[in-house]
Ligand binder design. Structure first.
Ligand SMILES: [Zn+2]
Length: 397
């Protein structure tokens, strides 16, 4: 098998993932472009694959003597990406991500998983000292004084399917909220994905309110949500019942012992339009002696989803934290502001996700086909650099 290279990755994206049309028509908004948009969008993706995401670093790669090997068609100068990204329409990139998920499903990428989940959550990126775009949100110290600004967004990811694929973001500005952005995000992606693409939505307690739950009902998706004190009536009823009962089930998950309590006849709170609420509590005893306990609620019946499957759905929420936010921030430069312009930021965030999705499908599914071993993300990046015949920058991990 030939090792990974940027050129092979480009062939894979254009051919197997059928992104050829997108790469040629990625939403260029420039009036009189001198350089084709396809060269610039591939350069931004290549920067992501190489973990060199700052615009000046991408421009340096495009100026290098090894241009042919990168799959970038043309050299370009400083500020080219600023100008391009300010004007590019983000819609084709959003659609390309949805198209790749459909293609992945058709290619049986998720076939070993009993269900597919969508995790929605918010995060903070791009801190700065001055308010410079409509998404800059002030943050304050304990005395309520503004000490800086930052950008916040809601993200949605495929989870619980053996491969984590974050695929859209919805930024929100000063007079908006994570909670409202999360709803807009779901309303946008679920109809485009198709109601039958995913089996459930999984969210943290911040989203566990009736408005959000009713949006999921409307979209035809069952919800698995963390239960905390923000729903005091239900929390109290759950504690009263489960704390006096022995666990309903006990099993091993790796080296941890898991105790489960699971009941589906809790009363919905007054404004929730559900007939009944099912609550699952797990208590996880780890080999190092630590104990983690968490409550989750859902509108899945026990007949439809057994306790163990529901436990796994609840746990799948961690994927958006670990393989979503953490990977995007630690390795893909999600926190870095390449160019402080709202459209440029949005395009950059979406291309981060597109690069992550392409490289994960390539590394974990395509290269791993047959008897080939899985290579780690770090090894993969190293092989891309080696193929370019260039020294590996220290910060690329
Ligand atoms: Zn800003």
């Amino acid at each position: 098998m030939n090792g990974p290279s940027l050129r092979r990755l480009k062939l894979y994206a254009a051919g197997r993932l059928k992104l050829k049309r997108y790469l040629a028509h990625c939403g260029d908004g420039r009036a009189q472009p001198r350089l084709p948009a396809r060269a610039l969008v591939w350069a931004m993706l290549a920067g992501q694959f190489l973990r060199q995401t700052a615009f000046h670093a991408v421009e340096a790669i495009a100026r290098s003597a090894r241009l042919r090997k990168t799959g970038i068609e043309r050299r370009f100068s400083d500020d080219t990406l600023d100008y391009f990204s300010e004007r590019a329409d983000p819609a084709p990139t959003r659609q390309a991500l949805i198209d790749v998920l459909h293609r992945a499903k058709r290619n049986k990428t998720f076939q070993d998983s009993p269900s597919i989940g969508l995790a929605v959550d918010g995060t903070t990126v791009g801190r700065c000292s001055e308010q410079r775009c409509r998404w800059c949100r002030p943050y304050r110290n304990e005395k309520k004084q503004i000490v800086g600004y930052r950008h916040q967004l809601a993200m949605v990811s495929v989870v619980g399917s053996g491969i984590t694929l974050p695929f859209d973001v919805e930024p929100y500005g000063p007079k908006d909220s994570e909670y409202a952005a999360g709803q807009r995000l779901l309303r946008r992606v679920v109809p485009t994905l198709g109601a039958r693409f995913a089996d459930y939505v999984v969210v943290d307690a911040g989203f566990a309110t009736n408005t959000f739950l009713h949006v999921c009902d409307e979209l035809g998706l069952p919800v698995v949500a963390r239960l905390k004190d923000n729903l005091p009536e239900l929390s109290t009823a759950v504690e009263k019942r489960f704390s006096t009962q022995r666990p309903h089930r006990v099993f091993k998950d790796g080296n941890s012992r898991i105790e489960i309590w699971d009941a589906e006849d809790f009363d919905p709170w007054e404004t929730l339009r559900w007939e009944t609420v099912r609550v699952l509590r797990y208590r996880q005893q780890n080999p190092d002696g630590t104990v983690v306990q968490a409550d989750w609620f859902t509108n899945f019946s026990k007949r439809k989803v057994v306790s163990l499957a529901l436990y796994r759905m609840a746990k799948s929420r961690w994927e958006i934290e670990n393989q979503g936010f953490n990977d995007c921030k630690s390795y893909q430069g999600l926190e870095h502001i390449c160019h402080h312009h709202p459209n440029s930021l949005l395009l950059g965030w979406l291309l981060t996700l597109l690069a992550l999705v392409i490289s994960r499908l390539y590394r974990l599914r395509y290269l791993h086909r047959g008897t080939h071993k899985v290579i780690s993300a770090c090894q993969f990046v190293r092989l891309l650099w080696l193929n370019l015949g260039a020294p590996i920058p220290r910060e690329s991990g």
